[in-house]
Design a binder for this molecule. Structure first.
Ligand SMILES: [Fe+2]
Ligand SMILES: [Fe+2]
Length: 152
């Protein structure tokens, strides 16, 4: 498996959870559970992706701009997740923020899969693509078990 295939596995889960979250309403166990799962998925993916995809890319001249752009979007998703965490599940405005998060996630994944990955494909060596996949997966699994809030 190469790094792109590894990253795409989580993208599929993210899209699915984001879609399902938008179908929920009010303070229900479904909304609470889907939100926790999406939050953890985005968190584990972003930590591992930052460390084992974007940081190595950032070390190259041609990867610098892609990396800055992607990290800014990770930060934006983080802020929306925080807003959602601070808003009551029963608040009528909750879904509007969740929609914004879902749109940001979809836009970001689209950009990665149809832009950044192709550019990174030309920058990284084949051996690197395989090695990074393994490191990414290890890190991702580690953070899937840790609550985002416990790190703050
Ligand atoms: Fe990603
Ligand atoms: Fe990303």
């Amino acid at each position: 498996m190469n790094i792109f295939e590894a990253l795409r596995e989580s993208h599929v889960i993210q899209r699915n959870l984001a879609e399902r979250l938008l179908q929920t309403s009010g303070d229900t166990p479904e909304r609470r559970e889907l939100f926790e799962r999406l939050k953890n998925e985005l968190f584990a993916h972003a930590v591992a992706e930052d460390r084992y995809f974007y940081i190595p890319l950032m070390m190259t001249d041609s990867g610098l701009n892609i990396t800055r752009h992607a990290l800014a979007e990770h930060h934006k998703m983080d802020e929306l997740l925080e807003q959602l965490t601070e808003t009551e599940f029963s608040n009528p405005g909750w879904l509007a923020i969740a929609k914004k998060l879902s749109e940001t996630v979809h836009h970001h994944l689209q950009e990665e899969e149809h832009g950044f990955f192709q550019q990174a494909g030309k920058i990284l060596l084949d051996a690197q693509k395989t090695a990074l996949a393994k490191q990414y997966q290890q890190e991702y699994k580690k953070y899937k078990k840790i609550e985002k809030d416990s790190l703050v």
